[in-house]
Design a protein around this ligand. Structure first.
Ligand SMILES: *Cc1c(COP(=O)(O)O)cnc(C)c1O
Length: 361
């Protein structure tokens, strides 16, 4: 069976976690600090603040940026649910802008139509590991004085014009096991803003700077040293993981481009796409439906996944909140997308099995 993802955890990870256990201090401590410093250095920001999930990273980033009741945050409807929910958790309102057909990312050309006097921030998602059009995005933020937040939960090590995602605005990362690197569960916020970093650290730890003196409302979103030990090992391997994924993706693009009705992923010029997911479109020309293709591949031992079958504005939660947007390109993508395995654990033979399965179907 060829799975859609498979974290590689059995190297020096085991010893690193063992060392933390032997220290008798498994909670947030010096190893988290070491991981934060290494991650900030890798992304190219002054600060990195570790938390216990990508959702927590988004929530803390928005709160530290001062987003709250009555504010609007512009974002994409074609993402994982956490992107929209982090905005709702702050009491603010997500405002959805449709995607670019090629990249699956928010379409910068139609963002300004949705800006109102209540708009405070722009939360972009580098979906599947492909950076958004950051030149246009940063210009819009400057022009309208909006806070820029990047959901880089799928884009560790991705680059736009040689600059890493997560270093343009406030970066948010996830270390869930399906992501480009893992800490089991975990997340990270990246920023150059010292005040914001300080505030994020307080929110992460129950609103306190000094133990048992609570200045603001906070949470327990701390990362444990056990997780950070795993993160330090994984971060060292991330460039190699990404290199392999890119190599696998390039192979699949070459091999499936000629198949009628399958559209391989588009890679924008000027970007380093790290292929958190290798997402194709199955169009009408293919002959059978996307869902039928998924079933047929499964019978041939190739697991695939649909990221995502329902855009955020169509989710029951958002319907109940009264969302009735018409966002045709996101809705169409949800019907057509299929993600194929490209994870770093695959061998050349696995890739050939995938190609053969697609060709034979
Ligand atoms: C995974 C993911 C998140 C949330 O991360 P968790 O660590 O699972 O909380 C948020 N946004 C996107 C785009 C993601 O892929």
């Amino acid at each position: 069976m060829i799975t859609i993802s498979a974290p590689l955890l059995e190297g020096n990870e085991i010893k690193a976690i063992g060392d933390v256990l032997k220290s008798g201090r498994p909670t947030q401590g010096p190893i988290v600090e070491e991981f934060e410093e290494a991650f900030a250095l890798f992304i190219g920001t002054e600060y990195a603040i570790a938390v216990n999930s990508g959702t927590a990273a988004l929530h803390v980033a928005l709160l530290a940026a001062g987003i709250g009741e009555g504010d609007e945050v512009i974002t994409t409807p074609f993402s994982f649910i956490a992107t929209g929910n982090a905005i709702l958790l702050c009491g603010a309102r997500p405002v959805f802008v449709d995607i670019d057909e090629n990249t699956f990312n928010i379409n910068p050309h139609i963002i300004e139509q949705k800006i109102t006097p209540r708009t405070r921030a722009l939360l972009v998602v580098h979906l599947f590991g492909q950076p958004c059009e950051m030149d246009k995005i940063t210009q819009i933020c400057q022009r309208h004085r909006l806070i820029l937040i990047e959901d880089a939960c799928q884009a560790h090590g991705a680059e736009y014009q040689d600059k890493k995602t997560g270093s343009f605005g406030i970066g948010c990362f996830s270390f869930y096991p399906t992501k480009n690197m893992t800490t089991g569960e975990g997340g990270m916020i990246t920023t150059d803003d010292k005040e914001l970093a300080d505030k994020a650290r307080m929110i992460r730890n129950r609103g306190q700077k000094e133990r048992y003196f609570h200045e603001i409302l906070g949470y327990n979103y701390r990362m444990a040293d056990i997780a950070a030990a795993l993160g330090i090992c994984q971060l060292k391997k991330l460039p190699e993981f990404n290199r392999k994924k890119i190599e696998h993706a390039e192979f699949l693009i070459r091999e499936i481009s000629h198949i009628e009705g399958l559209m391989p992923p588009f890679v924008a010029p000027d970007v380093k796409h790290v292929f958190h997911q290798f997402t194709i479109r199955v169009t009408e020309d293919f002959g059978i439906s996307r869902d039928e293709l998924k079933e047929k591949l499964k019978k041939r031992e190739v697991m695939t996944e649909i990221y995502y079958p329902l855009p955020l504005h169509k989710q029951p939660l958002y319907q109940k909140l009264g969302y009735d947007d018409n966002l045709p390109l996101s809705e169409k993508a949800a019907q057509e997308v299929l993600s194929l395995p490209v994870h770093p654990g695959l061998e050349q033979e696995d890739l050939k099995v995938i190609v053969r399965a697609l060709a034979n179907v």
